[in-house]
Write a protein that binds this ligand. Structure first.
Ligand SMILES: *Cc1c(COP(=O)(O)O)cnc(C)c1O
Length: 461
């Protein structure tokens, strides 16, 4: 197609999009007043729009892309599987890729996780863990265990069970009457400590607050659910060293199940294959999705222990069955993509690359502190959040109407970078396989875009 033809086709698509599509987490009035960017292709760390303009994919297409776009090995695995079998149900049947992937996942997951239950997105992987944990206790005769302890600023997805254990008020508020009650422990948000303490001297009082909650609800708790290492959608809140290990230990001491939601942190993002492995812990449930297929197809897995699995075994007429399943559970094409992605972790030494990339990110992020409206910079592996504030000294946030995060994203786009903020937290989460020079450009565009929106003046200490 000629450039002009591309241009015209792009304009037409933009019109159709505005007319017919409802975008997620988007104020559609703003959307319809703007010009949508329409992506046509992906190449390595880049997205290419319908007019042929290239952008660095600075958030891995919402935290999923691992080896870059258009990765030959994954594309070929998908093509081969699609030509063989696109779908067959796991209700009453097995299929080849779902078996092989389950074996692989058990091989790489933290020790003790020996069963894989498939679904197709992060929210459902969480729903499954919640329902399994609850039903496990029901079968054990502990009928009073109906509560889940979760954390403020936690995010576990958008279905109603996942929202119930979520801790982001903005998402919660309107749906409140529809949700089940879930007690909340304080978020380990050191920059804005909910207990108003300082990290050097607090002795991790938030862990004690968590333990008090555990004691308070003790006999009524099914499980605790946590995003290990980083609370992602809550604002890239990185947990202090040792936090996760202590939470895990307390849950075990009080005999409650531990659900690790690694939908965001899994598959290398934090610098370890799984954040739980980095902390040396094993959960009772591990929820996986986003990066599982390298970001190519929707797939999720909820892994659990033999102990939990055994709790569901019985005579048919006991009805101890786990009554849950999705139409596309264990989809063979998605499973084939996941197998190909996991193979690349080995053949391309992805975890070594993550270590190098996260060092480079740390060095590049340091410079941001000199900007007068950068309040906090948080990083774990290849996940980073830059919190912008109206007043650095008082940590005073911007007013929502100022849309500072969105303004920074718009500036970055002009400079050839795609970002997606969380309020006024600018998120950087590049594909793990990003080359050094592209990562450096991502970091410098981020710096320039923040500076363009918030000003350059020297920081007032
Ligand atoms: C994205 C996310 C989810 C939800 O996944 P979806 O695929 O969007 O349903 C759940 N938990 C965490 C930690 C996530 O980051």
């Amino acid at each position: 197609m000629s450039n002009d033809a591309h241009h015209a086709a792009g304009r037409d698509l933009a019109r159709l999009d505005k007319e017919y599509v409802w975008h997620p987490f988007t104020q559609m009035r703003d959307w319809m007043e703007g010009e949508p960017l329409i992506i046509e292709r992906g190449e390595g760390p880049y997205l290419v729009d319908v007019e042929g303009k290239r952008y660095i994919d600075g958030v891995s297409s919402l935290w999923v892309i691992v080896h870059g776009h258009g990765k030959r090995e994954i594309v070929e695995a998908i093509q081969a599987q699609a030509a063989t079998l696109c779908h067959s149900t796991l209700l009453g049947l097995a299929n080849v890729p779902s078996v092989l992937l389950a074996e692989k996942l058990v091989g790489i997951a933290p020790p003790g996780l020996s069963r894989v239950f498939y679904s197709d997105n992060g929210s459902t992987s969480v729903e499954i863990a919640l329902k399994m944990a609850y039903q496990y206790w029901q079968h054990r005769g502990e009928k009073k265990r109906t509560l889940f302890l979760s954390f403020k600023n936690g995010y576990h997805g958008d279905t109603l069970g996942a929202v119930s254990v979520g801790g982001i008020d903005l998402f919660h508020k309107v749906y409140c009457p529809l949700l089940f009650r879930s007690p909340k422990a304080p978020s380990p948000y050191c920059y804005r400590c909910p207990l108003r303490l300082e990290p050097d001297t607090c002795g991790m009082a938030c862990v004690e607050a968590f333990e008090q909650q555990v004691k308070k609800y003790r006999d009524r708790l099914c499980a605790v659910i946590i995003e290990p290492a980083v609370q992602g959608a809550g604002g890239m809140i990185v947990q202090p060293e040792g936090f996760l290990t202590r939470i895990r230990r307390i849950a075990a001491e009080h005999g409650i199940l531990f659900i690790a939601d690694e939908v965001a942190t899994g598959f290398g993002r934090t610098g370890d294959l799984f954040a739980c492995l980095g902390a040396g812990i094993s959960p009772d449930f591990l929820c996986l999705s986003k990066g599982i297929t390298g970001g190519y197809l929707p797939l999720a897995a909820t892994m659990t222990t033999n102990e939990v699995f055994k709790g569901f075994l019985g005579e048919f007429e006991d009805f101890k069955t786990f009554f849950h399943g999705h139409t596309y559970t264990g989809n063979p094409v998605a499973c084939a993509a996941a197998i190909a992605s996991l193979r690349l972790f080995e053949t391309e030494s992805v975890m070594e690359r993550v270590t190098a990339a996260s060092r480079l990110m740390a060095a590049g992020l340091k410079r941001l502190h000199e900007l007068p409206h950068v309040g906090d910079v948080r990083q774990k592996g290849c996940m980073a959040g830059i919190e912008l504030v109206a007043d650095k000294k008082r940590k005073r946030p911007y007013r929502p109407a100022e849309k500072v995060g969105q303004q920074v994203v718009a500036e970055a786009r002009k400079r050839g970078v795609i970002l997606r903020p969380l309020g006024d937290v600018i998120v950087l989460m590049p594909p793990l396989a990003i080359e050094d020079n592209v990562l450096e450009e991502l970091l410098s565009v981020t710096y320039e875009s923040i500076r363009a929106v918030t000003g350059a003046g020297p920081a007032k200490a």
